[in-house]
Write a protein that binds this ligand. Structure first.
Ligand SMILES: Nc1nc2c(c(=O)[nH]1)N[C@H]1C(S)=C(S)[C@@H](COP(=O)(O)OP(=O)(O)OC[C@H]3O[C@@H](n4cnc5c(=O)[nH]c(N)nc54)[C@H](O)[C@@H]3O)O[C@H]1N2
Ligand SMILES: Nc1nc2c(c(=O)[nH]1)N[C@H]1C(S)=C(S)[C@@H](COP(=O)(O)OP(=O)(O)OC[C@H]3O[C@@H](n4cnc5c(=O)[nH]c(N)nc54)[C@H](O)[C@@H]3O)O[C@H]1N2
Ligand code: SF4
Ligand SMILES: [Mo]
Length: 709
């Protein structure tokens, strides 16, 4: 935060505090990350004049980040989408005409129903990006009611590996419990002070650190928390499974595990113990680049500190070995007695709200699991969204059947899916594409119909539904949306009425929220007054009913591996991508503290803080390639080439380049699709190799070379 901005915000806030024509609304932040901070929002004349962290916030205790502070600017941007648009001229050339809402809804409903009649409902896909609120679940409902099993998500690289592996291994998704004190927290591939993933707002962890909780950080970069850590393990990107297996090797060989838990509550311990003998830290260090002594010490600290939590982040899901890494980490939580204990990795208990299956009307499509595009590719059971790689295969190659039309919301596939050129081809080939967004993006600019979405602060919404952390957050509306912007849930409710049977939809879309809250005996208004709902704190639930796995125990070795064609034990069987001397550096990336993926490069207050795509290079590497701070550099992989701006720093290893994901240039205009190729990290990625379980491509750990442009 620069001083000038800070001052003006403070002054504005002071003025708002004294101005009794300003009314204050309590709500929760959303759509700038997974959301979670309780906010106090000052409103005057239907405009937000101030926003600050609510000191009573359950997750944030007054904290707010720069994105939260800038979030009202999204609403008032002059170039925001305000009316439905219909493409005139060629796809992707950026020429539009304004149409009315009834015409837009009719056109989408007619075109998608035509495709349904000709090719079957499954030839229509519904696409969603990072879930932002209830819209994700209303979209699944629309899919089920319409009759298509194909909801395209990015879960292959975001949470499915953690969640679904969790369900197969221990019957639930184990999340770090920051509401009870941990002796040790392992921050594994999680830059939580910048990303606050899933509402794990960093302030809760910071408070624990102040009280003496020790940290072990596993990150190729010296992130802020690494500076506070007892151990920082600077691994080679993409070797998390090798490192996790060497932790298991130490813990088991040195007998540091919880013998009681292992004996009573695990299945296959001896098999795991034998198997991990081959993964000593000494042997693995050539792969992971981590000093074996450091691995031994960190493993001892984790295993002998109770309770200890693993805050596991997203990059462990960014290569083809995601299943093995997540399996190994859950085995570690289990054998050290840290599963479902306060301050460990817990199975959160949901409040008494409507379950997702019921809300989404899953019973209308009982054949979904067999019919989803990815079922044909034998992905892991319980992966319920179609991985983008297989969506594109269906569009481009009609495997296993053709997909001809799509409706997409809250997503920017040209930036977010691996292999952007393949995405471009697939979007070009679709017979019909409709996109709802708040701003014209490279993806929206390829659509036939573009819908102007209302966004956060402009409608009632429920946050964190279905995320598995055991609470939901109220996001009551603060101001009216401008012009003809509609909330996604309203758009879906209207599309539902036009495209499917009316009986599943409402006169007023707000009823969808009431449906979720009904089992709790609350109206949305009452919920908003409470602010959030949380399930009860209950731990060690396995003592009563066992673990919800086929053996009733934590399956260190999977009892049904053969049936599901899964590896029985977590493995290291090679780097995600073999070393190639032509591309000698290892490319990785991380999320910017100032943006959400590809979103908000057009919010000036954020753009000022990070005007360009930044590539972090070690000083030795910069010197070797003749690169100076601020130079424009070319980053090249076997799959493509982009440019970034060099930022020279010793927080990365000399063999690593850390680039930025999600860059396009709103200022360049839709005719060039906002120069979507220039700095787009996913030009550098490919889908030639994907993990079998989740179809995860290598987003990281890719061989690259760099040079001054
Ligand atoms: N190379 C690489 N690829 C990645 C990742 C990575 O780290 N590296 N991360 C992956 C991960 S974890 C994820 S979750 C995905 C994210 O991929 P996406 O979800 O596609 O990315 P976002 O930029 O968050 O959101 C897309 C769009 O939502 C729009 N939007 C914001 N609010 C609203 C709203 O209220 N309504 C509507 N209709 N639209 C709205 C934004 O304007 C934006 O254009 O990317 C994945 N891809
Ligand atoms: N500001 C901001 N917040 C966000 C988002 C955003 O785009 N911006 N996105 C949201 C979403 S959808 C998600 S999924 C979460 C993700 O949140 P995080 O899990 O924190 O994801 P990243 O920032 O991608 O990476 C975290 C850390 O992993 C390190 N890393 C890179 N490669 C590797 C590797 O191979 N192994 C290991 N061990 N570490 C590696 C990076 O250096 C980085 O410090 O954040 C959410 N919050
Ligand atoms: S940390 Fe996340 S939830 Fe909190 S203010 Fe920032 S963007 Fe919003
Ligand atoms: Mo994500």
């Amino acid at each position: 935060m620069n001083a000038v901005n800070m001052e003006s915000i403070n002054q504005k806030e002071e003025r708002s505090n004294m101005d009794d024509t300003v009314s204050w609304v309590r709500t929760h932040c959303a759509r700038m990350d997974h959301g979670g901070c309780a906010l106090l929002v000052g409103v005057k004349d239907n405009r937000i004049v101030s926003v600050r962290g609510d000191p009573d916030g359950y997750l944030n205790r007054g904290y707010i980040c720069p994105k939260g502070l800038a979030s009202p600017d999204r609403l008032t941007h002059p170039d925001r989408l305000r009316y439905p648009l219909k493409r005139i001229g060629e796809r992707g050339k950026g020429t539009w005409q304004r149409i009315s809402w009834p015409d837009a809804i009719t056109e989408i409903a007619d075109r998608l129903n035509e495709i349904k009649e000709q090719y079957g409902a499954r030839a229509v896909a519904f696409g969603q990006g990072m879930p932002k609120g209830m819209e994700h679940f209303v979209l699944i409902r629309l899919g089920n009611v319409f009759g298509t099993p194909n909801i395209i998500g990015l879960q292959d690289v975001c949470h499915a590996p953690r969640e679904v592996t969790g369900i197969h291994t221990c019957g639930f998704y184990p999340v770090a419990d920051f509401h009870h004190t941990s002796k040790v927290v392992v921050v594994w591939a999680s830059n939580i002070t910048s990303t606050n993933e899933e509402g794990e707002i960093n302030i809760l962890l910071s408070d624990q650190i102040k009280q003496g909780t020790e940290l072990i950080v596993i990150d190729p970069r010296k992130i802020d928390l690494a500076k506070k850590a007892r151990y920082w393990l600077q691994l080679r990107p993409g070797t998390d499974n090798a490192l996790a297996l060497s932790f298991l090797n130490v813990i088991i060989e040195e007998g540091l595990y919880d013998t009681d838990f292992v004996e009573n509550w695990t299945h296959g311990f001896d098999a795991l113990a034998n198997h991990v003998k081959q993964y000593s830290p000494e042997r693995m260090s050539e792969i992971t680049w981590v000093d074996p002594q450091l691995v031994r010490e960190a493993a001892r600290l984790y295993a002998t500190s109770h309770p200890a939590a693993i805050q596991w982040g997203n990059p462990i899901e960014h290569n083809i070995n995601a299943f093995h890494t997540t399996r190994a980490l859950i085995c570690m939580m289990a054998i050290c007695g840290n599963l479902d204990v306060p301050g460990g990795n817990i199975q959160a208990n949901e409040p008494a709200i409507l379950g997702l299956g019921k809300f989404a009307k899953a019973d209308l499509l009982p054949s979904k699991r067999k019919e989803m595009i990815h079922a044909y590719h034998h992905t892991i059971p319980r992966l319920m969204t179609v991985p983008p790689v297989y969506f594109r295969k269906a569009v481009l190659e009609e495997i296993p059947y053709p997909v001809k039309g799509a409706y997409m919301q809250c997503v920017n596939p040209l930036l977010g899916y691996a292999d952007s050129r393949q995405t471009y081809e697939a979007l070009m080939k679709l017979e019909f594409l409709a996109v709802a967004d708040i701003f014209m993006t490279p993806t929206a600019a390829m659509a036939d119909i573009v819908l102007p979405a209302a966004t956060h602060f402009e409608f009632n919404d429920i946050g964190h539904y279905g995320l598995g952390h055991g609470y939901i957050l109220a996001r009551p509306k603060v101001v009216d949306p401008p012009d003809e912007c509609w909330p996604d849930i309203k758009i879906l409710n209207e599309l539902g009425k036009a495209m499917t049977s009316e009986e599943y939809w409402y006169e007023d879309y707000n009823q969808l929220l009431e449906e979720v809250l009904e089992p709790a005996g609350l109206t949305f208004r009452e919920f908003a007054e409470r602010g959030f709902l949380k399930g009860p704190d209950r731990f060690k639930k396995y003592l009563e009913k066992g673990f919800r796995t086929p053996t009733g125990k934590v399956e260190l070795s999977l009892s049904q591996a053969e049936k599901f064609n899964l590896p029985v034990l977590p493995l290291f069987d090679g780097l995600p991508e073999a070393y190639d001397p032509d591309y000698p550096l290892v490319l990785t990336s991380s999320k910017s503290q100032y943006y959400l993926h590809s979103s908000y490069r057009w919010v000036q207050r954020l753009r000022e803080k990070r005007p360009n795509p930044k590539a972090e290079l070690h000083p030795d590497t910069a010197e070797k390639y003749g690169i100076q701070e601020g130079d424009e550099v070319v980053i090249e992989t076997r799959f493509g080439m982009i440019t970034h701006i060099a930022y020279i720093t010793d927080i990365v290893d000399p063999r690593v380049v850390n680039a930025s994901h999600g860059w396009w240039f709103p200022e360049e205009g839709p005719e060039s699709l906002f120069e979507w190729e220039r700095s787009n990290y996913n030009i550098l990625t490919s889908t030639e190799k994907v993990g079998r379980e989740f179809a995860t491509p290598n987003l990281k750990a890719i061989g690259c070379r760099i040079g001054k442009k």
